[in-house]
Design a protein. Structure first.
Length: 66
């Protein structure tokens, strides 16, 4: 997980290579947006190859590195 440097947002990654964007203090358990780092169906992706180990925003918060 990584918190945005200025906005009330944070990201999380999972073992299927998916990065999700969340907002602090939201009432529903639903991501604002998500991105797939590996092409193809998320259910058929091999977990060891696509696991997100580290997520980092740059200091301006306009780029996200996985």
């Amino acid at each position: 997980m990584e918190s945005h440097p200025y906005l009330p947002l944070y990201t999380s990654g999972n073992s299927r290579g998916q990065v999700c964007l969340w907002q602090y203090n939201q009432n529903d358990d639903r991501a604002l947006d998500y991105w797939q780092t590996e092409p193809g169906d998320p259910r058929s992706i091999e977990a060891k190859k696509s696991t997100i180990n580290k997520i980092v925003f740059n200091s301006y918060g306009d780029k996200l590195y996985c």
